[in-house]
Design a protein around this ligand. Structure first.
Ligand code: FAD
Length: 425
């Protein structure tokens, strides 16, 4: 069996790695000139900046991938520092334990007491929005000032635009939270189960896809976009500007709109809903600053009048000299991303000062027109997505978006494809 993998981001490259371990041949076709997709590390003034994800958890699937690539010595662990939410005129520390929950100034006494009632409120419901579910379960304050900003902030989407069954509900299911968030948190504490460490790599996160592409360099074709996928006598032809390759199975790891275009003729009924999935545009702005708080980062509560969604404090996390990375735009202010670079600079510096009290100097601005999948109500369209036999999706819009989730899904798909190859063989 030969598998054609479209896209050389972390999903496609990890899939190829695990297929190779199972003895299944594959070719990765990547449109861009370098591997990694949205994982994009750059050097500015001798220091690493990330134009996509800022860090990952070294969860078991990522740890085993790192080990199998022999790049364990390049892992850099993040410092442990508090997270903040900007609410009501100040940055306030996010509580991660019951003790912190009782003392935090993010919540009133009433909000804290309401949180304690959560085990009596019933489990999350798929048909609710994230905001409705959280408000019913943990009360309006924890919903709006703690979990809402932290969860919605990751995607740049307001929690009242996100449906549980297509977003937070899936994550809770994965962690076995079938009834109560509080009970699950207490159980985890009693089991003493620590979250895997937050990490990056020497040279940045792109070290990981680069190591994958290097190990499989004979079968990774950069600057080779797939333009058409055609069926041909139980096999598939992948057409690229440099020729056509015939494969037995196809895996599409591309963003939803590209996948829709590639499936237009072969599976029009699947292409239509894929086009409906919305992505949030983002401006990613690297700044040099010395805020007084020692934080891993902060999110800005959605109702606050800022275009800044959140900031990762890379200076604290990875000891990168004064470096802070701000994310602006999202569903809250998508037009911001179309403004001139100098306007984005000016807004970011002004807002950073207002949010932290510290002066900032912008080092670099990047725009991502189709940044993060929004996981908003447009995700109901996913129910109409059914790729034809022999074509598989392995993408961040139809499964978990984080790097650990991508690695896990690619590994599981490699196992399925190799089982199918064994049956065929
Ligand atoms: C701004 C941002 C911040 C994030 N922050 C974090 C974080 O802190 N931690 C975390 O764990 N996760 C984070 N994520 C999520 C995670 O980084 C992504 O979900 C993941 O990297 C996506 O990998 P992928 O391989 O599925 O897709 P992609 O990286 O999108 O890869 C798809 C590839 O397909 C290629 N392609 C497109 N069209 C074609 C074609 N026609 N032919 C061939 N190739 C094609 C593209 O060039 C691209 O390389 C973040 C994502 C974004 C966007």
């Amino acid at each position: 069996m030969h598998v054609g993998i479209v896209g050389g981001g972390i999903s496609g490259l990890t899939l190829q790695h695990y297929l190779a371990q199972q003895g299944v041949e594959s070719t990765v076709f990547e449109a861009g000139a370098e591997p990694g997709g949205v994982i994009r590390s750059r050097q500015i003034g001798g220091q690493t900046v990330e134009n996509g994800p800022q860090r990952t958890r070294l969860s078991p699937p990522v740890a085993s991938l790192v080990e199998s690539l022999g790049i364990g010595d390049r892992v850099v662990e993040a410092a442990d520092a508090p997270l903040y939410v900007y609410h009501d005129g100040a940055l306030r520390q996010v509580p991660f334990s019951l003790r912190e929950g009782l003392s935090t100034d993010l919540l009133s006494l009433r909000g804290k007491l309401r949180l304690l009632m959560e085990p009596l409120t019933g489990p999350p419901r798929g048909e609710e929005t994230v905001e409705e579910s959280l408000t019913r379960m943990v009360g309006p304050e924890v919903a709006q000032y703690v979990i809402g900003p932290l969860y919605g902030g990751i995607y740049g989407t307001h929690p009242d635009e996100m449906l549980m069954e297509h977003s937070l509900g899936r994550a809770l299911e994965k962690y076995g939270v079938d009834r109560s968030l509080l009970v699950a948190a207490v159980r985890a504490r009693l089991r003493d189960s620590e979250a895997p460490p937050v990490v990056s790599f020497d040279g940045g996160l792109q070290t990981l896809p680069q190591a994958l592409a290097e190990q499989h360099r004979e079968t990774v074709r950069l600057e080779t976009p797939v333009e058409t996928v055609r069926e041909s006598e139980d096999r598939f032809e992948l057409e690229t500007p440099s020729g056509t390759t015939v494969v037995d199975q196809v895996v599409l790891t591309t963003p939803a709109d590209v996948t829709a275009t590639l499936l237009e003729d072969l599976a029009p009924a699947t292409a239509v809903p894929l086009r409906r999935l919305s992505y949030n545009p983002l401006a990613i702005v690297h700044l040099a600053a010395d805020p007084e708080i020692e934080a891993s980062g902060f999110q800005v509560q959605y109702e606050e009048a800022f275009s800044t969604l959140g900031v990762t404090c890379n200076a604290t996390l990875f000891d990168r000299d004064r470096l802070h990375t701000a994310f602006l735009g999202g569903a809250k202010n998508p037009e911001l991303v179309d403004q001139s670079l100098s306007a984005i600079r000016e807004i970011t510096e002004r807002e950073f000062d207002e949010l932290t009290g510290a002066e900032a100097t912008v080092l670099d601005v990047r725009r991502l027109e189709r940044g993060m999948p929004a996981y908003d109500t447009s995700w109901t369209a996913l129910e109409g997505v059914e790729p034809p036999a022999g074509i598989h999706l392995c993408a961040n819009y139809e499964s978990r978006a984080g790097i650990p989730g991508r690695v896990g899904q690619a590994k599981r798909l490699a196992e399925r494809l190799s089982d199918a190859a064994a049956v065929d063989g």
